[in-house]
Design a protein around this ligand. Structure first.
Ligand code: GRF
Length: 198
């Protein structure tokens, strides 16, 4: 499967995906990193892994539609089949959604529909709940609202802060994301071919 990973930050999930491919746990090829933050550490990771990046500053474009059109053309040039969002801090707009319907996947650090949006880990700590977790879901036009594919629960300990909890959340993410992607590619690859044959 030819994939593009979208990230805005540290890119540890990007790295986990790349590493899983290297050891044969995930059958995919990361053809492109798409990044909207020219200083993001994810870009350094891509360089080190000799993976191409498309880095852009939204301010250099007149509109979201404009930069999303450019992204779509970068994706199509490389025949990308799936878009994997890993800490991409923007809503995917209709320009990308139209082209990649049902083929955009996101990971979110809470048990959706609880705590959507920014700082889901901080939101869980502030709410004083006993458990939170990780959700992997298909992306639709909403904020963290698409159909859920996989979830894993995690217990919040009394002494947990947003920082200590984030470490455990990331451990779960780095294991769950590649594994779930492999399942999607095994099952969904066929559906995708069926769909594109219509
Ligand atoms: C992850 O916690 C992910 O769930 C959220 O953004 C974070 C990205 O972390 N959507 P990283 O850049 O992969 O380290």
């Amino acid at each position: 499967m030819k994939i593009a990973v979208f990230a805005s930050g540290s890119g540890s999930n990007f790295q986990a995906i790349v590493d899983s491919i290297k050891v044969g746990l995930l059958d995919a090829e990361v053809k492109l990193l798409v990044c909207d933050k020219p200083n993001a550490y994810a870009i350094e990771r891509a360089k080190k892994e000799e993976i191409e990046s498309f880095v852009f500053n939204p301010k250099d474009f007149q509109s979201k539609e404009d930069f999303e059109r450019k992204i779509v053309s970068e994706l199509q040039k490389r025949e990308i089949q799936y878009l994997i969002l890993a800490g991409y801090m923007r809503l995917i707009g209709p320009t990308i959604l139209r082209e990649f319907e049902k083929r955009i996947i996101n990971i979110h650090p809470s048990l959706l529909p609880k705590f959507p949006g920014k700082d889901a880990i901080g939101q869980a700590i502030a709410a004083g709940v006993n458990t939170t977790g990780v959700t992997i879901h298909f992306v639709d036009e909403g904020m963290d609202t698409g159909p859920i594919i996989a979830q894993e629960e995690l217990i919040i300990m009394e002494h947990d802060t947003a920082e200590t909890l984030a470490v455990r959340i990331h451990e779960v993410e780095h294991r769950l994301y590649p594994k779930t992607l492999q399942t999607i590619f095994n099952n969904g690859g066929v559906r995708h071919h069926e769909k594109s044959a219509h």
